[in-house]
Design a protein around this ligand. Structure first.
Ligand code: FES
Length: 126
């Protein structure tokens, strides 16, 4: 069996939603101290729905594939659904990741939750 699924390879080679949202209202950056990879997530939220999402990942192929898939999963979704997104769901959507690469999908979950927390914080400050 190949180490990486076709979906992982596809999202690694053609990542969706790469970039920056200049007027994002939720931004989250997380990193993994062990491997040194960093992920930054930008959310544009309107009426409690993710209108747009983009990411920048300075990391391995699995981290890029995980962030790409995660952005696809939350785009257009209400925040109630986005809050429930887990790295397990991202991994399943990618048809699996090797065990030693599961932490890469955790980074995607954490980056989205951090961006969400930033959004909530900004909202209460307004
Ligand atoms: Fe650390 Fe992939 S090796 S995020």
């Amino acid at each position: 069996m190949a180490l990486y699924s076709e979906k992982v390879m596809d999202h690694f080679r053609n990542p969706r939603n790469v970039g920056v949202i200049e007027d994002a209202n939720g931004v989250g950056e997380v990193g993994n101290a062990k491997c040194g990879d960093i992920m930054k997530m930008y959310l544009k939220i309107k009426d409690d729905v993710v209108e747009d999402v983009k990411f920048e990942t300075f990391g391995c192929g699995s981290a890029i594939a995980s962030s790409s898939m995660a952005t696809e999963m939350i785009k257009g979704q209400p925040l109630s659904e986005v809050r429930k997104l887990t790295n397990k769901a991202v991994t399943e959507a990618l048809d699996g990741l090797p065990a030693h690469k599961l932490h890469c999908s955790v980074l995607a979950e954490e980056a989205i939750q951090a961006a969400l927390a930033d959004y909530e914080k900004r909202k209460t400050e307004d």
